[in-house]
Every structure is written in C-alpha cells, then in structure tokens.
Design a protein around this ligand. Structure first.
Ligand code: ZN
Length: 157
C-alpha cells in the first residue's frame, strides 16, 4: 500500500500537500489477537512554518496496533488507542484511521526549511527579506524615546 496525495486528501490530512509513503503491513493473527505492524517509509510535503513553500519531510517509522478479539464488545472497551477491541465474529479490519493517526503523530511539530551548510536559511528569499523588514521595524519600536527618558530618570535618582 502507498499513502500518497490521494490518501492525504481522503484522510483530510490538509497540512500535507503531497508525498509518497510506502506502507508495509505485517499482520499476525492468532485466535484472540491480531497484531498489526505498519512500517512507513518515504516522504511528505508540507508547508513551511516560516515561508509557506513546501518542505520535503523524510519519514521512516514503525507503528503497531493490537486488535483484541472478544465474544462481545463491552462499552468502554475501546478507550485505549493502541489496542482495539472487536467482536471476534464480525470484525472487519479497517486500518485507514490507524494509518491516518500514525502519519499525523509522526509529523514534526515545527516544519521549517533546513539551513544550508553555511547556516543560511533555505526559505523563500522574498519571504525572508520581508521577515527581516518586519523584525527591523519591531527593533525600532524597542527604542521608544519615552522609555529612554524613563531609563534616564531611574539613573538620575
Ligand atoms: Zn521555508
């Protein structure tokens, strides 16, 4: 199975603009348990927090889901996210939601273009210039003359 743009759209993973994750599923079924191991490898594309251009995020991780098969499912049985409880007679394994959660949790909290070898940001230069301008403006505001006056007062007393 491959999780690509179509999957991200279907899963409403709206942060992900594109990508291609190979998904290998190893499933071991015993009488009372189904052990599902998912191995993801590939990359996703998501907008940069700084300049909004897509960032290529390599991904390689494994996740595991245990499905417990029981004669009857009791209310509250499915409170644990890592263990699903299902009726042993009627269970149908739909791992779509699980796969979606895995990818969502594997996303880095901060998505930003990496710096190049010289320590320079590889973000969109136009956006960087704009950000620089904005921070220069706020730096100016730090030097509010009224504050300077107050500072001098303090020194005088
Ligand atoms: Zn960027």
């Amino acid at each position: 199975m491959v999780c690509d743009k179509q999957f991200f759209e279907l899963a409403e993973l709206t942060d992900l603009q594109d990508g291609c994750l190979d998904l290998r599923v190893d499933m071991i079924k015993t009488e009372k348990l189904v052990d599902v191991k998912c191995h993801f490898s590939g990359f996703v594309m998501a907008p940069c927090d700084r300049c909004l251009l897509p960032v290529n995020i390599p991904m390689e991780f494994e996740d595991r889901l245990i499905v417990k098969l029981v004669p009857t499912v009791e209310e509250g049985d499915n409170e644990d996210d890592d263990i699903w409880v299902m009726d042993e007679n009627t269970y149908e394994l739909d791992i779509f939601h699980f796969v979606y959660e895995c990818i969502r949790l594997a996303m880095p909290l901060r998505i930003v273009h990496a710096d190049d070898e010289n320590g320079h940001s590889t973000c969109d230069p136009a956006v960087l210039a704009k950000l620089k301008e904005l921070s220069a403006d706020s730096a100016k505001q730090d030097h509010d003359p009224r504050w300077d006056a107050l500072k001098n007062l303090k020194l005088d007393s």
